[in-house]
Design a protein around this ligand. Structure first.
Ligand SMILES: *[C@@H]1O[C@H](CO)[C@@H](O)[C@H](O)[C@H]1NC(C)=O
Length: 202
């Protein structure tokens, strides 16, 4: 070893010791930070660039962070516990319905109960839950228009009315149906009268 190199050696040694002091094992021997579903972590770049002792968590679009975002390595452990990235479900858009909870977005596991407006009947689940994949379980219900009970006696005319959600149209349909019954009755009376005339001696 050349004398010049021998002179440099203690300096290198000192640098090594210093770097060890700067990075004591309690701070530097953490494993990789925990992974979280629908999120990622980034190193916090500070003055001690060579030491990874702080990470910050960020969630994917459509997910929100629940817990503490910043973790540090202490006594070989990341503390506090890693946060969670929870799904945000879009508001269920159901025509002619009221929701038990009204929000723009709903947090994962939230339950919403659906109440159809009067005159409408639920077709599907009464209660739905926001899932991790940002969809509603078990599906999106509908509120279907139902024939008012007062119209039920109309029997035959009912079919026409099921196609007419407007009360005014229903009224017209009912009147038309009434006329058709009257015409039918008249026709039967005419038939009867003809038969009677035919049977009677001239
Ligand atoms: C939603 O309903 C389910 C099933 O009834 C229940 O397990 C869950 O705790 C409810 N979620 C909330 C946030 O209340």
């Amino acid at each position: 070893m050349s004398p010049k190199l021998q002179g440099v050696f203690p300096t290198l040694r000192l640098l090594g010791v210093l770097s060890l002091l700067q990075c004591p094992s309690v701070l530097c021997d953490c494993d990789f930070p925990p992974e979280v579903a629908h999120g990622r972590h980034e190193e916090v770049i500070g003055f001690r660039v060579f030491i990874q002792n702080e990470v910050i968590y960020k969630c994917d679009e459509g997910y929100t962070l629940v817990g503490v975002a910043k973790l540090s390595c202490s006594s070989s452990h990341w503390t506090p516990a890693a946060p969670q990235c929870k799904a945000l479900c879009p508001k269920p858009e159901i025509a002619h319905a009221k929701l038990s909870v009204n929000k723009d977005q709903y947090l994962q596991a939230a339950n919403v109960t659906i109440q159809c407006d009067s005159g409408y009947e639920l077709d599907g689940p009464q209660s739905i839950t926001c899932l991790e994949d940002r969809t509603w379980y078990p599906g999106m219900p509908k509120c279907k228009w139902v024939v008012p009970e007062s119209c039920e006696y109309v029997g035959k005319g009912r079919k026409i009315m099921q196609c007419l959600p407007n009360p005014a149209d229903v009224k017209t349909a009912l009147e038309l149906y009434k006329y058709s019954l009257e015409i039918e009755l008249l026709e039967r009376q005419i038939e009867k009268a003809k038969k009677y005339t035919a049977e009677s001696p001239q």
